[in-house]
Design a protein around this ligand. Sequence first.
Ligand SMILES: [Cu+2]
Length: 215
Amino acid sequence: MNKQFTITLLCLLTLAGCDSSQKPAQNEGAINHIGQMKLDHTQDKQMQPLQMLLGQALVMAAYGANMKLDGNDQGQNLLVDATGLLRRAMSGPEMTMMHKGGGDMSASMHQIHDLGDTAFDLLDLMMGLSADDSHAVQLRKANELLAMAASGHNMLLQAESAGELGAVMQKHARELLNQAEAGLAGIEGLGEYHKLILHLLRMHGMKDHHTPAKI
Ligand SMILES: [Cu+2]
């Protein structure tokens, strides 16, 4: 599903009249700026469970894709489930509610839709994988990296409500993201995987893959 279609569908669902080129308001004075900040904060909180759902769908997708590469028919079912979970996050009633009334999308709303669109593209690719794929070795590696990046993403989100254990979870989540970052150079040829993993890393403030963190 391409980005324009997803956004058009979302607009139809919400009647919000949004526009994929919309960016947060700029140069409209301090009141609007404060309003935008409040919007961002509120949406960030509301969006956290949706971001988790998205992360879980990606872990599921990584398993499903590797099962397909192993010739296991159950892999396809997992990919279908993952697609359903992703769709539930991106265009379910919670997302629809957040777009009610229209207005500007927050920076984090733009981010989650960009990530969702990339994830739908990757799921399309995964659906076509098979045991005799000539890039099976590299694809398995890519699925491992995706699972690590998505698990790190999930753990970082969980850490926010884990009290004193939050710091422990953050440390291990960062290790997972670092591992995923370190492996990125090995899957340069797999554009959809590369793009999605990089997106997850940047979402959590990681540096570009040309300067991987030491692990
Ligand atoms: Cu949205």
